[in-house]
Design a protein around this ligand. Structure first.
Ligand code: RNT
Ligand code: ZN
Length: 438
């Protein structure tokens, strides 16, 4: 018997025979899941709603394309490693992103930072950026039939060197950063308008201090005032969604971060903004997964920055770990996929950057698929009838169910390499493209 699969990318039909081990493994997996009341075909269909916004900054270590080149700094974030092949131009960045997208099932959005504009070799300061500097990106997104997300870049700039931007007591600096963020909202709204899908503009500022401050209050008041001023410009929600991102600490802001979780949780609730939850930005024993059902009682939508915190670093490549699993499970269990924008945030320069993307996006997708393959009703029934052992047993059993076979089949349906088959693709790209960037 032949099984017909529809290739999601170019809609040409590919015919697989039953010898195909991916299909066979899927059939067996489907049967196993059926026994516990889970519909694998439905889970795969639901994956179409998992739209991951890929951050552009893993391609070039958060460098951007300003003239003269701004080196990453002044922001409490650091990139370590010097693996060859980082993108040096917009064309190289696009080439890398195209490669990544060609190796991923499903559709992804692209998340840009303000320093990635098409500035044409001209020096454009942050408060002067315009839609025209991002029109080629908008056109790129149009041709890829996808959406763009955006971020002001409030670091890697002389006016951020003292550690303060939107909460600076230096009025000239503070005004400059307000103007910058206002421009990013204007540009973001135009991206969303032209692309027919709202752009999420996420505000993260590094503001904070290394040593113990005595006046936290003024900085927090100034941050609030700056945000209020920024948000006075109104844009339709179909074009622009605003989000705010907190952090526990950064390198150089160990003693106080102005934009703490409490600060932005309060701000987002009162001002109806999206709250960005970056899972590298909390104490290691705090679980972002646990926060989802709390914050969704009070904010309409959240933005995720999926990442992997390792000791003091918040930006390692996403892997399929307990933390990311719980985040995905909680979103699915809350039936909140339509209220969560999924972004990634990591930058590691010590390995093949393109490969890091594919591994990271696939890990995030796997976490959502794993969550979609839960027998939700059964688990809930166990819980509500006090069958706590049964709940524990089922959660354990799910860990060895063949969810990998379901993910492989999802890849096959999208005509992208299945499982380890993407590794040689990355190696070939490194040989033919990345290693030639000297
Ligand atoms: C920094 C924040 C922020 C940045 C990006 C580059 O700790 O996580 O999201 O990583 O804006
Ligand atoms: Zn982040």
């Amino acid at each position: 018997m032949d099984i017909c699969l529809l290739d999601g990318r170019d809609k040409k039909q590919i015919v697989m025979t039953k010898e195909n081990t991916t299909v066979q493994a899927y059939q067996l997996a489907k049967e196993q899941y059926e026994k516990i009341g889970v519909d694998t075909d439905l889970a795969i269909r639901e994956m179409e709603k998992v739209r991951i916004s890929m951050h552009c900054w893993q391609t070039d270590d958060v460098g951007g394309f300003e003239t003269p080149d701004a080196a990453l700094g002044g922001g409490g974030i650091q990139v370590t490693g010097n693996y060859p092949g980082k993108a040096r131009t917009i064309d190289e960045l696009k080439q890398d992103i195209n490669k990544v997208m060609s190796l991923l099932p499903g559709k992804q959005r692209l998340n840009l930072h303000a320093i990635y504009g098409d500035f044409g070799g001209v020096r454009v300061d942050r408060d002067e950026i315009e839609v025209k500097h991002f029109q080629t990106w908008i056109d790129w997104a149009k041709s890829h039939k996808t959406g763009l997300d955006f971020n002001p870049t409030c670091f890697s700039h002389p006016y951020a060197d003292d550690g303060f931007t939107l909460s600076s007591k230096n009025e000239k600096h503070r005004k400059f950063w307000i103007d910058h963020v206002r421009q990013t909202r204007k540009i973001g709204a135009e991206m969303g308008k032209q692309l027919g899908s709202p752009t999420v503009n996420n505000i993260w500022v590094p503001d904070g201090s290394k040593d113990t401050p005595v006046d936290r209050n003024t900085h927090r008041r100034l941050l609030k005032e700056s945000l209020d001023e920024i948000f006075r410009d109104k844009y339709p929600e179909e074009h622009l969604l605003d989000s705010v991102e907190s952090k526990l600490f950064g390198i150089g802001s160990e003693s106080m971060v102005v934009g703490s979780h409490d600060f932005y949780l309060g701000y987002a609730i009162r001002n109806n903004k999206l709250l960005c939850l970056d899972n590298g930005h909390y104490h290691p024993t705090e679980q972002v997964g646990d926060k989802i059902s709390s914050v969704l009682q009070f904010v309409d939508q959240v933005l995720l920055h999926l990442t992997r915190g390792v000791r003091w670093d918040s930006d390692h490549v996403v892997v399929f770990n307990d933390e990311v699993q719980l985040i995905a499970q909680e979103i699915i269990r809350c039936k909140a996929l339509d209220r969560v924008k999924i972004g990634l945030d990591f930058f590691d320069a010590s390995l093949n950057r393109v490969g890091a993307y594919v591994a990271g996006v696939r890990a995030a997708q796997l976490a959502f698929l794993f969550a979609l393959l839960e027998p939700a009703e059964t688990l809930k029934k166990y819980e509500e009838s006090d069958n706590i052992f049964e709940r524990l047993a089922m959660l354990e059993i799910l860990k060895t169910k063949p969810f990998g076979a379901v993910y492989d089949y999802y890849c096959l349906q999208h005509n992208v390499p299945v499982a380890e088959a993407y590794i040689p693709e990355i190696q070939a790209y490194e040989k033919e493209v990345l290693s030639k960037r000297k």
